[in-house]
Design a protein around this ligand. Sequence first.
Ligand code: PMP
Length: 387
Amino acid sequence: GRPICECNACYTGPDCSVIVPNCAVDADSGNPMFLEPFWKQNAGSSSIMVAGWHRMGYEFEDGSLISKQLENVIHKLHETVGNANTSNKYILFGSGSTQLLNAAVYALSHTTYSSSSSTKVVASAPYYPVYKSQTELLDSKKYKFSGHTSSWRNKTRNDKFIEFVTCPNNPDGRLNKAVLHGKFTRHIYDLAYYWPHYTPIPAPMDEDLMLFTLSKLTGHAGSRFGWAIVKDKAVYDKMVEYVDLNTYGVPRETQLRALKLLNVVVRGDKKEMFRFAHTVMRSRWEKLTEILSTSKRFSMEQLPSQHCAFSKQVRPPSPAFAWLKCEADEDKDCFNVLRAANIIGRKGAVFGVENRYVRLSIVNSRDDFDLLQQRLQDLVSKDRSIV
Ligand code: PMP
């Protein structure tokens, strides 16, 4: 018989094709479900089966917590894509890059020596909110979240800083660069979106501390797998200490799954998944740009095209999020403007800026994106008929 499937929340009917009237579309969550069809097409080669007796112990046979095979495929992946230089650098794993954000803050604040004892943790607004909330949650004497980089330009002197540099940035898709350059400033490059799905890759990154995540690469956010590429041995050792004490490593099931998935990503001509992901993201981005190009009420940042060394083409970016601005004076709360049109975004204030900005996720499932497109189209056409 027909498999019993649940419809997406805003769809109903026997084949889930009828839109529920006035249902609010979820463009809030960054759940990367757009990659699901690729994994359905590659179901056989990407699946794992773990027998009850298998991989029960804490450590691998060599006593380590990290699969060597997985480490090797990560080197190969970066070499293939050309987005990060991993040679002569250490790799460690985390439960998503979420765990590694704080492992990195911990390690850098314990390995940078200056007369001041506390480290200021900063980011450029708009920034990914977890940098602040996680640093505050852990409430350490060693490091404090200290706001935006813009408040500290040319004021770094003897203070210790850790600057998060997110490239491309969540929420606005910009290829951010480091802003602070003091003697005791260290950088954490969060490269969650530095993949050809979302941005041209002009050159490999070669920074001292770079973070990546499976979540935005293959879409397997629920497997909770991230990795750090670290230049300095002392920083690497401190990060390993953090992960050891925090969770004693990443589940072996997760490592097995990541290995299986990444082997699909790097096999053959090594471009299949990237071709799929970029085609989806580019087409979504073109549709959004077209809808919003006719609107005076909403604007979206224009990001420049660049040469992509991976695809050997000049390409426009196709970011994971649309960063929308409400232009009209009276639309100070852009979230509510969209909410009234049955679109749920994420408020600018969450990212440390005014609520005139809203982030819309465009990495979720096709159903969610199609509905978002329709709701935006309706909203923009209605505005035009008022004008
Ligand atoms: N950094 C950025 C910029 C992100 O957007 C995310 C996920 N939303 C993460 C890190 C964390 O990802 P994960 O823990 O799933 O690896």
